[in-house]
Design a protein around this ligand. Structure first.
Ligand code: ZN
Length: 109
């Protein structure tokens, strides 16, 4: 097989797959030796999704709305995200804007 991006050689490897900082496992994948692009078969993609779902790591992206709490505005974390993060009430975070459309929230620990 030839890489569709750089035409380099593609070889079969077993590669560690991580999602949101958690190791899901070692999976078979085709890797371009030149540009390192990875090509997953449909079966491998489905297996990765299955493992991620089982570990509660799938679909952590969600929509949320700003709500008013007293004189402040608050953003809610849904249950799935709270469980993944192991979040507790009263925990302290740092928050800063990267731009007007992107905010970074990091845990202080
Ligand atoms: Zn390539």
């Amino acid at each position: 097989m030839m890489c569709m991006f750089c035409k380099g050689n593609v070889v079969r490897k077993r590669v560690k797959y991580e999602l949101v900082g958690e190791v899901l496992g070692i999976f078979p994948v085709e890797v371009c030796v030149k540009c390192n692009e990875r090509f997953y078969t449909k079966e491998t993609s489905m297996l990765i999704e299955k493992v991620a779902r089982k570990k509660g790591l799938w679909d952590l992206k969600s929509k949320t709305k700003v709500s008013r709490v007293g004189n402040s505005l608050a953003v809610r974390f849904n249950k799935k995200l709270v469980e993944f993060l192991g979040l507790n009430k009263g925990e302290e975070f740092s928050i800063f804007p990267e731009s007007k459309d992107r905010i970074v929230i990091s845990r202080n620990r």
